[in-house]
Design a protein around this ligand. Structure first.
Ligand code: HEM
Length: 128
């Protein structure tokens, strides 16, 4: 039998669907983040993040089937991501993770990754 993935442990697809839906509800009303998104409809961006996180945590590899290698830093290079944008992104993500009400160890593992990933996505120094 395969060992259980993190994806399975947190509840599979439904959990990631809830996470990104709540996250993008925050983005939709955020005056710092909303202008960064090139499309009027945030739905496609929500779906890309959903599929990426599902794949990252051991679920189906649909993200790469559709988008290829993630190359996330490169894909963010058209957007100004400074510490302000990062902190807004993490603020909405924290609220979204809270609503999942995961067991503490799973919450911590997910959150540590998101904090690390968000810091690594910063591409614009504060003084620029
Ligand atoms: C795409 C902003 C961090 C994963 C995007 C897009 C924007 C954006 C504006 C384009 C929307 C679209 O898909 O059309 C930001 C900001 C961040 C951030 C301001 C602050 C730090 C992250 C992090 C992750 C992530 C930490 C992963 C854990 C993605 C993915 C896409 C994306 C998977 C779609 C890539 C693709 O296939 O084209 N982000 N992002 N982002 N972001 Fe972020």
């Amino acid at each position: 039998e395969e060992p259980q993935t993190f994806y399975d442990a947190v509840g599979g697809e439904e959990t990631f669907t809830r996470l990104v839906r709540r996250f993008y509800q925050g983005v939709a009303d955020d005056p710092v983040l909303r202008p960064l998104y090139p499309e009027e409809d945030l739905g496609p961006a929500e779906e890309r993040l959903r599929l990426f996180l599902i794949q990252y945590w051991g679920g189906p590899r649909t993200y790469s089937d559709q988008r290829g290698h993630p190359r996330l830093r490169m894909r963010h290079s058209p957007f100004r991501v400074g510490s302000r944008e990062r902190d807004h992104w993490l603020g909405h993500m924290r609220a979204a993770v809270d609503e999942l009400e995961l067991p503490e160890a799973l919450d911590r593992q997910l959150w540590e990754y998101l904090v690390y990933a968000a810091h690594s996505m910063v591409n614009t120094p504060d003084e620029a």
